[in-house]
Design a protein around this ligand. Sequence first.
Ligand SMILES: Nc1ncnc2c1ncn2[C@@H]1O[C@H](COP(=O)(O)OP(=O)(O)OP(=O)(O)O)[C@@H](O)[C@H]1O
Ligand SMILES: [Mg+2]
Length: 257
Amino acid sequence: MSVKLAIMTMKGGQAKTALAVNLADRISKAQRDVLLVDSDVQANVTTVFQRDHVCNLANVILGRVKEFEFIKINDHFSFLPSGGKDLVEASRYISNSRFRETILSNLLEPLENSFIIFDCAPSWNEINENILMYADYVIIPVVTDYLGFSGCDQAMSYIEELKEESRGRCNVEILGIAVTRFNNRTNISKTVVNGLKERWPDLMFQNVVDESVSIQEAPAYHKSIFDYKGGKTKGALMYDALCKEILMRVAEKRKET
Ligand SMILES: Nc1ncnc2c1ncn2[C@@H]1O[C@H](COP(=O)(O)OP(=O)(O)OP(=O)(O)O)[C@@H](O)[C@H]1O
Ligand SMILES: [Mg+2]
């Protein structure tokens, strides 16, 4: 059975795309099959990999593709682009459908990749709600600036509210909170991390990703952090540690169930 992971928060610029791309590539480098789904109208993963295809999420939802045909990033890493602004139409289609909660779950049911990762849009829309109905786990990324804490708090409440309203139909679990851009030089960064640890002690991932030039540069060279500069950057080391911790937590959860 696939492990379905949504990288989600409604706040923009929290390194959702950076985490989704690097986690997917890290999993592929461990020889596990991974599908990265871009579910954001901004189509930033398409920009990173410079690859697009008619088999994209929007066209899948709109019933315009009959068979999945994914872009291959490497032997173990497949990618489903978002379709860009067509996702707005797809979102409208979902909201008018009788099966609005389960469209995505039904469409993606045949997928057999070991991991399916969603790079979500920074908004609360039908597509994100559908992803939450389908996913097993959510990871909330946080940049430790002034508004980072409230962004995380908002995401938590939205997800909990959806679960409550769904009366058992949405079983997604928050896997954890990942600090994706920590600035050691600022007090606000330390204050935000302490606040997060105090509020959600069991959800915080211990491995923090610091602000780093390599993480900012890698997408401009159309590479994950593990391929950029041969993977020999501080950014690669930090992402490696975080990804390992995420995968360990997934393994623990799977053992529990
Ligand atoms: N640790 C880091 N150090 C330096 N720059 C980073 C780091 N993490 C992410 N960035 C940069 O921050 C910017 C925002 O990151 P990213 O696009 O991944 O965020 P996002 O949450 O996906 O944004 P959006 O909400 O627009 O989808 C990008 O320019 C990215 O390269
Ligand atoms: Mg993004």
